[in-house]
Design a protein around this ligand. Structure first.
Ligand SMILES: CC(C)(COP(=O)(O)OP(=O)(O)OC[C@H]1O[C@@H](n2cnc3c(N)ncnc32)[C@H](O)[C@@H]1OP(=O)(O)O)[C@@H](O)C(=O)NCCC(=O)NCCS
Length: 226
């Protein structure tokens, strides 16, 4: 079971599951899932893909849903069963998936990174808004690597959560992030869906566990009157 600190990144009605790369057993994939994988892919890529799909299906079991194949859309996003939303991420050593019933949650985004990943500091000028660049420049050099990794991870979790709603592609500077104690507060700089106009605010919660940084974004079901 994932530790409580990680489970708290998402609402209680979501199921977060973690599977180590080594446990990524291709034999447990559905044929449709296996066919997504190129047989030329490196063994670690294959194991992480399998671990991600297995984590997602473990989550579905927890939700009381019979697991079915999670295909892949042309845009590479996972093809979830109709009543389920979810998100998958993997990095060297670990895969994570989060799932929920669509009636409870509209969409989910998760990202995992190794906390010791080195990121080129110059990336901030490519992915950051003017305000994020200002924030970054004021940080001590020793803090910058982790700060940039946290920002990138928050942006990726955000992309994964908003993209499935209406397939709007948010570029790295299409949302702006302000650090808060538990992660970031995000603000959309462009529309992400009919109910998410520019300036919509949302949270990305983060937690570090076992040398891995996790970022979590969830989008509640819209008010039916909207
Ligand atoms: C898609 C993207 C977020 C994936 O992140 P990554 O760090 O490369 O890889 P991760 O391991 O974290 O995630 C890979 C998983 O993302 C999921 N994914 C891929 N495309 C996706 C999409 N369009 N929408 C939702 N999920 C997607 C898949 O499940 C994939 O795993 P799988 O191939 O095993 O199914 C990233 O490659 C990307 O394109 N980012 C650009 C857009 C962006 O981040 N904008 C920021 C907006 S503020």
């Amino acid at each position: 079971l994932p530790p409580p600190a990680l489970q708290k990144l998402f609402p209680d009605n979501c199921s977060l599951q973690i599977i180590e790369e080594e446990a990524g057993d291709l034999g447990q994939l559905f044929p449709e899932e296996r066919s997504i994988l190129s047989e030329h892919a490196a063994s670690s890529v294959q194991k992480l893909f399998a671990a991600g799909r297995l984590a997602a299906k473990k989550g579905m079991v927890k939700l009381g849903v019979t697991p079915t194949a999670i295909g892949r859309n042309e845009d590479r996003s996972p093809r979830w069963p109709p009543n389920i939303c979810g998100s998958i991420s993997h990095t060297q050593g670990l895969a994570v998936a989060v799932t929920a019933n669509k009636k409870d949650i509209w969409s989910l985004g998760v990202d995992v990174e190794r906390e010791d990943r080195k990121v080129n500091a110059r990336l901030i000028s490519k992915v950051g808004t003017a305000m994020e660049n200002e924030w970054f420049a004021k940080l001590e050099t020793a803090q910058q690597n982790l700060a940039l990794l946290r920002l990138l991870s928050a942006k990726e979790a955000t992309f994964k959560a908003f993209y499935p709603l209406e397939r709007v592609f948010l570029h790295f500077s299409d949302a702006e992030f302000t650090p808060i104690s538990k992660g970031f507060e995000g603000q959309l700089l462009k529309s992400a869906s009919r109910v998410h106009p520019p300036n919509t605010r949302f949270l990305v919660l983060q937690s570090v566990w076992n040398g891995y940084l996790f970022s979590a974004c969830h989008i509640p079901q819209p008010d039916p009157s909207l």
